[in-house]
Write a protein that binds this ligand. Structure first.
Ligand code: F6P
Length: 372
């Protein structure tokens, strides 16, 4: 690999608390090595379509000064996008139908044109999959795993998850008091895409009575039975449902499907609440936390993971590595091949300790289960 003089950093997919801390750590660590650093705005748009970016500028100079005071800020100073994969870029035909085109040739030429020797790509499964393909096409890439969903394989945790769980738990705590005052059941829908990590952790930390996750298709009769039992000894109940959860033989709750982007989930909480009301007669409300769990200040834990990941990505580049993802393997940071980390989603293992603890505490997952 040729000597590095200039690197780029980009952030792709949904934002997550901690992105700015990664940008800061990677920038300063690179500057220490005498490298120049640029940030690409909005995924790869800053290189491919700079005119569409803020102020018509696709690249931002990153240096100690421009990354000052951003560790604690949510979002990403580079902007991000979760549509328009450059390798399968959606283009509309004259008849209104869609096709996708591969813009990787143009994109790699832009990296060359700007004298960028390597990329630190910060993203979730989609963005790191793109990064992996660009690496295979010759661009040296180090991936940094980000997502509130915690569904990336190869790392014990992604940054953003802790902040999402902390805020989600605070919301459930607040809902307890109003549920109790009104003798209501409150159903709380949380993000997480096709994995139940956020719901499981928020539900357990927030003392929910029922947690519904995509990994366990639920039976509404069992959910209703649990709510009735709960009202035998209490006057209210809390249900936490992951946006990707489905009833046995049921359909996922999808808000929208668009060409060139992942389906938009939402609405399962309201559906479950209506079913609880119909089956039990209990006054029930639902609330969807939606993007609230993705915003705001990263927790100290997420900041630390992000800073460690950003610096570790630069160390990997300096050591001549490429095509790998920084990962957390407590107590240390580790590296795994990008191809491996993006090959499958990390679902909640049904026999993990957090699941067993929930079962031991009598939390229902809407399935048939007997304690041993
Ligand atoms: O992947 C992060 C995430 O917040 C998921 O939990 C959620 O399904 C999705 O992004 C929402 O995406 P958007 O911001 O496009 O609505």
């Amino acid at each position: 690999m040729k000597t590095i003089k200039k690197i780029a950093i980009n952030t792709g997919g949904g934002d997550a608390p901690g992105l700015n801390a990664v940008i800061r750590a990677a920038t300063i660590a690179a500057e220490h090595r005498g490298w120049e650093v640029v940030g690409i705005r909005e995924g790869y748009n800053g290189l491919l379509f700079p005119e569409t970016c803020r102020h018509g500028e696709g690249l931002i100079d990153l240096n100690r000064k421009s990354v000052r005071g951003i560790t604690h800020l949510g979002g990403t100073i580079l902007g991000t996008t979760n549509k328009g994969n450059p390798l399968e870029y959606p283009v509309q035909n004259e008849d209104g139908s869609w096709r996708t085109i591969d813009l990787s040739g143009e994109l790699l030429a832009k990296f060359d044109e700007h004298g960028i020797d390597a990329l630190i790509a910060v993203g979730g499964d989609g963005s790191l999959g793109i990064a992996n393909q660009l690496n295979q096409k010759g661009l040296p890439v180090i991936g940094v795993p980000k997502t509130i969903d915690n569904d990336l394989d190869g790392t014990v945790v992604t940054f953003g998850f802790d902040t999402a769980v902390s805020f989600g738990t605070e919301c459930v705590d607040r809902l307890h008091s109003t549920a109790e005052s009104h003798k209501r059941t409150i159903v709380v829908e949380v993000m997480g895409r096709y994995a139940g990590w956020i719901a499981l952790h928020v539900g357990l930390a927030g003392s929910a009575d029922v947690i519904l996750i995509p990994e366990i298709p639920y039976d509404m009769n069992r959910v209703a039975e649990k709510i009735r039992q709960r009202y035998d000894t209490s006057t209210f109940a809390i249900v936490v449902v992951a946006e990707g959860a489905t009833e046995i033989d049921g359909q996922r709750a999808v808000v929208a499907r668009e060409i060139g982007r992942a389906e938009q989930l939402g609405g399962i909480g309201a559906r479950v609440a209506a079913q609880i009301r119909a089956l039990t007669g209990v006054e029930t409300r639902s609330v969807s936390l939606g993007h609230l769990v993705r915003g705001g200040t990263p927790t100290p834990r997420d900041r630390l993971i992000s800073l460690r990941f950003g610096a570790a990505a630069v160390r990997a580049l300096a050591a001549g590595e490429r095509g790998i993802m920084v990962a957390l393997d407590p107590p240390n940071v580790a590296y795994v091949p990008l191809s491996e980390a993006t090959s499958r989603m990390k679902a909640v293992p049904l026999d993990c300790d957090t699941m067993l603890t929930s079962r031991d505490l009598g939390i229902s997952f809407g399935d048939e289960f007997e304690l041993v």
